[in-house]
Design a protein around this ligand. Structure first.
Ligand code: FAD
Length: 106
């Protein structure tokens, strides 16, 4: 079976980076595609119990796809729920561009 920690780190990197470069003003087609992607992702993520939790969370917190900002914030909050469940530190969602797009200010 996959290494759940390694897989998780790589996957969060991919997901947060994708959200950071999602259009500021996505077309309806892009919004629909992102919704479909996330739903499909939650069905095939190769850690069964992780995917199950994710699908459960997505029922009460459906993906926000109307803007880059909304998607980034939604994903940050979903990741924080996982962090909380695993006893990890909660991430400050005002820092997602610094972490995943622009890098630290100097
Ligand atoms: P990670 O949590 O992998 O985070 C990587 C980096 O992202 C951090 O170093 C930090 O810089 C940044 N970051 C942290 N929090 C946020 C945030 N909220 N927003 C933006 N950036 C952030 N593991 C389990 O054991 N059980 C599970 O049920 C489980 N569910 C998962 C569900 C999904 C969808 C994914 C992608 C992973 C899941 N994992 C699960 C794996 C787990 O979340 C971690 O990836 C893994 O434990 C490695 O943790 P880490 O400390 O290296 O940091």
């Amino acid at each position: 079976p996959p290494d759940v920690e390694q897989l998780g780190r790589s996957t969060w990197t991919f997901l947060h980076t994708m959200a950071a470069y999602y259009p500021e003003v996505p077309s309806y087609a892009q919004q629909r595609s992102m919704k479909t992607f996330l739903s499909t992702f939650s069905q095939f993520y190769p850690c069964d119990h992780c995917a199950e939790h994710l699908r459960e969370e997505m029922k009460s917190k459906p993906p926000k796809v109307e803007s880059r900002w909304a998607l980034g914030k939604w994903l940050c909050e979903i990741h924080n729920i996982v962090n909380e469940n695993l006893g990890k530190e909660i991430f400050d969602c005002s820092k997602i561009d610094e972490r995943w797009k622009d890098g630290p200010k100097d």
